[in-house]
Design a protein around this ligand. Structure first.
Ligand code: SF4
Ligand code: SF4
Length: 452
């Protein structure tokens, strides 16, 4: 007689006190989840340590007014670039939602990834879900107590590592770790770390799916993004119903044997057989679980699968449709704009303003001088000395600091005077050139010889 071990070992996912225990499963979507989440975790914990040319590769230092994205030092003048990145990210999310529902939530959202990490720790220390359900509330056993303490210690350790790494994107990580090890953190930073670690511990260890169910705004507006062609995790009721346990199955029974393993593995505790629900994060765990049951029953897999409403009703269901094409177009435009922004951004910001008191000073018939204020700003520590020169329609002489020391005068207005002895026209073009260590830039202005 055929056996379905998952059915035999069935235990409800809720303990007597109502606590919810997720059962881990195996399968292709869980492998896919590993393929997305492990590299993302490696990037999160690794990128914070990467330095290029002595400066971090990614840094959001509000205190130092420093923003370094992928090795490019940005200024606050580059905010449109950040806006472009946000628009591109949102468009990507919308594309994914229109095409495959909440796959972002199931496979790449930090809340899901950390929750799964915490569940794995729980599984390693306290045993599988059905064991945990049985032992829930049993505090009498020393072993049980030890296992629980170990779990919480590991959770706290992971929460602290997460908080340190996250903060390392705002404060250089090496300084942060060194100060933390020597107990020299400022109260503000120590408080921030405590809050971050606490939030990680509570979110991923205790609250878990409630964030997805009640706090995540994305789940609220996903209903607007879905249509009947969105491939989302769905139960094929036409094939599965009427459900019946294997032992009670008759000739008219569907393929669902009502083992409820799909409910046990669901991180949000829902029954996908009840239809599309806002709480479903499209993680595919129920697909893997149900496929394993179907394999054991020698029935085709895919009773639960990524399918659109139209596909389930045997209607044509194109993946590419106007809404998806629209989001795709916005995504392409935003990505192109961001790429252009990155290639055209400069590490040297220059501002020139004319002296407002006197437009020009006449020293002879053709001998004229104009006064300017110049501000040079750099976000790259390598750019500490900037050479200034001029040229233009006439022969110009520059009076003022030929080299600006940015360690002392970063973003400071400095006075300059430009003179020419052979000015013939009322207005000439004058170009200031700025040469740093690695970058150079120029800016045009006007040289006046007559009031306008
Ligand atoms: S859908 Fe699949 S996993 Fe869920 S109860 Fe039915 S047979 Fe079991
Ligand atoms: S119903 Fe399935 S896909 Fe949706 S959250 Fe639960 S296990 Fe994941």
């Amino acid at each position: 007689m055929e056996k379905i071990p998952v059915v035999q070992d069935y235990a409800p996912p809720f303990a007597r006190d109502g606590k919810f225990h997720v059962r881990l499963t195996k399968g292709r979507f869980q492998n896919l989840r590993r393929l997305t989440s492990w590299p993302l975790l490696a990037l999160f914990f690794g990128l914070v340590w990467v330095q290029v040319g002595g400066q971090p590769w990614l840094m959001f230092s509000f205190g130092e007014h420093k923003l370094i994205l992928f090795g490019t030092a940005l200024s606050w003048y580059d905010l449109p670039l950040l806006t472009g990145i946000l628009i591109a990210s949102a468009s990507l999310l919308f594309c994914l939602a229109v095409a495959w529902g909440r796959v972002w939530c199931g496979f790449a959202c930090p809340q899901s990834i950390w929750t799964w990490l915490f569940i794995r720790i729980e599984d390693m220390t306290e045993g599988r879900a059905n064991v945990r359900v049985r032992l829930e509330g049993n505090w009498m056993s020393t072993e049980r107590l030890l296992r629980r303490v170990t779990k919480h210690l590991l959770w706290i350790l992971l929460a602290i590592l997460t908080a340190l790494t996250f903060t390392g994107y705002f404060i250089p990580i090496r300084e942060l770790i060194s100060e933390a090890l020597q107990f020299e953190l400022s109260p503000a930073v120590a408080g921030w770390l405590a809050i971050m670690a606490g939030l990680t511990y509570v979110n991923a260890g205790l609250v878990r799916e409630k964030i997805c169910l009640h706090a995540c705004p994305y789940s609220r507006f996903q209903g607007v993004m879905f249509d009947s062609d969105t491939r989302t995790v769905s139960y094929d009721a036409g094939r599965g119903e009427p459900r019946a346990h294997k032992r009670d199955a008759g000739t008219d029974s569907g393929d669902c044997v009502d083992c409820r393993i799909c409910v046990q593995v669901c991180p949000t505790g829902i029954d996908i057989r009840d239809g599309l629900q806002a709480a479903c994060i499209d993680c595919g765990a129920c697909i893997d679980a149900c496929d394993s049951v179907m394999v054991k029953l020698n029935r085709p897999t895919g009773l639960i699968r990524f399918a659109s409403e139209a596909q389930l009703e045997q209607r044509p269901s194109p993946l590419m449709r106007p809404r998806l094409a629209g989001y795709g177009a916005v995504l392409t435009i935003a990505c192109s704009a961001v790429l252009y922004g990155f290639t055209s951004t400069t590490d040297l910001l220059v501002a020139i303003r004319r002296d407002r008191d006197a437009l020009f000073t006449r020293l002879g018939e053709h001998h004229i001088c104009n006064n300017y204020g110049i501000k040079v700003e750099s976000f790259d520590p390598a750019e500490s000395l900037v050479r200034v020169s001029v040229n233009g329609d006439a022969t110009f002489e520059l009076y003022g600091p030929a080299e600006i020391d940015l360690l002392e005068n970063n973003a400071a207005w400095l006075p300059y005077r430009v003179c020419s002895q052979d000015i013939r026209s009322a207005m000439s073009t004058l170009t200031f050139h700025f040469q740093g260590h690695q970058v150079r830039t120029s800016q045009e202005t006007t040289f006046l010889a007559k009031s306008i």
